[in-house]
Design a protein around this ligand. Structure first.
Ligand SMILES: Nc1nc2c(ncn2[C@@H]2O[C@H](COP(=O)(O)OP(=O)(O)O)[C@@H](O)[C@H]2O)c(=O)[nH]1
Ligand SMILES: [Mg+2]
Length: 246
């Protein structure tokens, strides 16, 4: 059974994490061979103390839950995830992350991990994808859905990659593939997954999207206009770098 290291990036999440993390850890313990680590970067001493207290309590109940990685400075979602991935134990074969709010339910995390373990997909990365389609249950606010579709289409067209949803908060990547590109990853903010995707594909890794069930949870940290502009700039710079390299 392959070992999986799963990161839960957290920025001021002590109020939201209580409904999701225990569910996640209980399921991951039942699967076995999984470590879960919360990475908390620069949320301030009060918030970090709250998070530390919660995690200490849950660590007594769930074997998979590791000590929280507390970073003094805010790195951004991508930076926080990479900080933990790069410290994963030697035995780990798959690295993953899932958002702290439970928008991707723990059962979908389990399904993705089981897919990585079955190996049937023959890929080095599985990206969850919010596809509104028959047979799946995807509930998003209309404005977020629309903005998300515009952004995803921009990513796909500008980078010439047939991706439907680059931003979903659940992804699993083979550690070998990650280690091969880690030095080239420069984006630490919300567009980090786009760069991750590009570098994986450009190093000839196979990446597949897996449609999942997903439900908008109130209290998200992404600022629709401000962060969307920053992310669009990042996508443009990824495109320019890629052109210079080819
Ligand atoms: N560690 C860390 N996590 C972050 C940062 N920004 C966002 N996150 C986490 O990234 C995940 C997705 O953010 P969320 O607010 O749910 O995004 P939204 O639902 O798209 O608005 C959550 O688990 C956040 O706590 C950050 O700067 N550092
Ligand atoms: Mg969210």
């Amino acid at each position: 059974m392959s070992q999986v290291h799963l990161v839960v990036p957290c920025y001021r999440e002590s109020a939201r994490i209580g409904t999701f993390l225990p569910d996640l850890c209980a399921l991951m313990d039942s699967l076995g061979g999984i470590t879960v680590q919360v990475v908390e970067d620069g949320s301030g001493p009060e918030e970090q103390a709250k998070m530390r207290a919660l995690i200490t309590r849950w660590r007594g109940e769930y074997a998979c839950l590791q000590e929280t990685l507390l970073l003094p400075e805010n790195l951004g979602k991508g930076g926080a995830i990479y900080a933990s991935w790069s410290q994963a134990a030697e035995s780990v074969e798959w690295l993953g992350f899932v958002d702290a709010d439970g928008a991707c339910p723990a059962s979908e995390v389990k399904r993705l991990i089981q897919m990585t373990r079955s190996g049937e997909h023959g890929s080095q990365a599985l990206f969850a994808s919010r596809v509104k389609m028959l047979g799946r249950d995807v509930r998003r606010l209309l404005k977020r859905h629309l903005l998300g579709r515009v952004y995803a289409t921009l990513v796909s067209e500008l980078l010439n990659i047939p991706i439907y949803d680059s931003q979903c908060g659940l992804k699993v990547v083979s550690k070998k593939a990650y280690v091969g590109i880690a030095d080239c990853l420069t984006i630490q903010g919300f567009a980090f997954d786009v760069e991750l995707l590009v570098k994986l594909l450009d190093s000839h890794c196979r990446v597949i999207e897996v449609p999942i069930d997903w439900q908008e949870i109130p209290g998200g940290k992404v600022r629709l206009v401000h962060d969307a502009i920053a992310m669009a700039k990042d996508v443009w710079s990824i495109r320019q770098h890629r052109r210079q390299e080819s």
